[in-house]
Design a protein around this ligand. Sequence first.
Ligand code: SF4
Length: 305
Amino acid sequence: MLKQIVIARYHGFCMGVKRAINIAEETSANETGPVTILNEIVHNEAVVNRFKDQGVGQAKRVDDIDQGTLIISAHGVAPAVKEEATAKGVRVVDATCPLVERIYEIIIRVVARGYHVIHFGEMHHDETLGIVGHAPDSITVVSSVDEIKALPDWTERKLGLTVQTTAHEESFADIEKLVKEKWPHIEIFNTICNATSQRQAAIMDLAPKVDMVLVVGSKTSANSMRLAQIADAICGKGILIGSAADINDDWIAEGTGVERVGISAGASTPDFLVEDVIESLVEKSGGTAEVIQPERRRKRAQKSA
Ligand code: SF4
């Protein structure tokens, strides 16, 4: 029987996501012409649908827009995309996360010094496409250890390594070790963002203390998927759910042995979805499950009381 619901110390919206949503909200409130978001403003259906309901357009390519204002999502884009929009007379509002822009800056700086950059990330992720677009001829994207092993010798080449902001810290540590063995002269830039590191550390702390972890987030959210994988590897039951509606009663039914459920959420998951999940679990426990909030939040709450 479900007795406790334990909330991860760090979960949910990060700085970059909050900032992108604020920029999109302000832009749609102030612009008189059509406003369109390129790709998903953040990878969360509830957030994306809210903007759609407010009449904000969604487009996958600049080709689909020929007027008004275009908002670039938190994941960023290649410079050519912004140039294409501007050339069509479309006003560009850039909500790229500053921590993604930091990767652009690193790449531009080292490529100017003659480096070739190996970027560890998901090949078709919006963030990766934007990064590659900043130096298309000087970046090689890899997603696995095997892909790195298959790369040429490059002993004479100046090399740098960057990484997707939402990558798994431990996998990147393995990649770091491997590239250093293969190219001792490589310069490493750990560009995993602080929000990702904190959420991964919090779920690693939480997962061994519970029987199951539910991670609230979309399947399109790389960081949410990663949190579920980390939890699954630790406690054997890490499940990604989009919302409270996805909770299967069988997971917490009598006889499953599940007494403590941990809750986390990806950096693009709004608080209300997490609150709904907690509420639903309490209800399913017959109103008896205790909700254990993270220490950090409790302290903050006491301070402001
Ligand atoms: S996950 Fe990190 S890089 Fe991505 S938007 Fe949030 S703070 Fe920025």
